[in-house]
Design a protein around this ligand. Structure first.
Ligand SMILES: [Mg+2]
Length: 265
């Protein structure tokens, strides 16, 4: 059915006509890479990688923003011309070097201290302490329940003693610096650094809504002239992604269409 909503082509016109002042910011898993049975099995399709490579040569900025470790985000996309933000917005990879955001740096030693203690105390019980840099993650999915409880208690007590923020997920307890870092702060940092006239963000999940909302604030503040929120619809995705998007596409295939349009002369 025809509606009077602007078409994809119209919405992307500003980007195509002025790539030197335009930024393309994107989530990775579920947006560029189809969701796989395990995170290790996720891959960015060759066609998408080729399109991103062309875009990174032509546009002011192409950036991948992910909850994964920054090096993993880099491996998934596999391109040097792309800027990477990883670890929930705490880290950025520029020219092969991982940089922790300045506000979080003072906490690195404390996170390391917690990791070391957890490895000593909880490792022998079967918990897995993931090397994640500026955030500490203790996984206890495959251990008896009492061990899991002990992991949570331990990280909570020691994390709080060290002034870290502790969160409990499914089978994992994490400690991180008590500063705001998410995909929204990552978007803001990139816009402040690269100063594009317009920026778009593509994402499929709840944490991507932080990026959508920050784009809107940046435009309200006048830091961006134009912004576009591209929601990637999927069966498991949260309804907010479609509700808050200016343009909705279907899965990774729909993202490929957007990239093709952005890359067309
Ligand atoms: Mg995603």
């Amino acid at each position: 059915m025809e509606t009077d909503r602007p078409s994809e082509k119209e919405l992307l016109r500003g980007w195509r006509e002025d790539p030197g002042s335009s930024a393309i910011l994107t989530d990775i898993d579920g947006t560029l890479a189809p969701i796989a049975p395990t995170p290790d099995a996720a891959r960015v399709p060759g066609e998408i990688r080729e399109l991103l490579e062309r875009l990174s040569r032509r546009y002011l900025l192409v950036a991948g923003i992910s909850g994964r470790k920054t090096e993993e985000a880099r491996e998934l996309i596999g391109l040097d011309g792309v800027v990477y933000f990883g670890n929930h917005g705490f880290e950025k990879l520029v020219d092969g070097r991982v940089e922790i955001i300045p506000e979080a740096r003072p906490y690195l030693e404390r996170v390391r201290e917690l990791e070391e203690m957890a490895r000593r105390e909880l490792g022998p019980l079967g918990a897995f302490v993931e090397e994640k840099g500026i955030t500490a993650s203790v996984h206890y999915r495959n251990v008896p329940r009492e061990v899991g409880e002990r992991c949570v208690d331990f990280v909570r007590r020691e994390g709080e003693r060290l002034g870290l923020r502790v969160t409990v997920g499914r089978g994992v307890v994490e400690a991180r610096p008590p500063v705001r870092a998410d995909k929204g702060t990552a978007v803001r940092a990139l816009v402040e650094e690269y100063r594009p006239r317009r920026a778009l963000f593509m994402g499929d999940d709840t944490t991507d809504l932080d990026a959508f909302r920050e784009l809107e604030r940046l435009r309200e503040e006048g830091l961006l002239e134009e912004m576009l929120r591209v929601g990637v619809a999927s069966e498991e995705g949260p309804p907010g992604i479609v509700a808050e998007a200016d343009l909705t596409v279907e899965g990774v295939e729909g993202v490929a269409d957007v990239l093709r349009e952005l890359a067309s002369p």
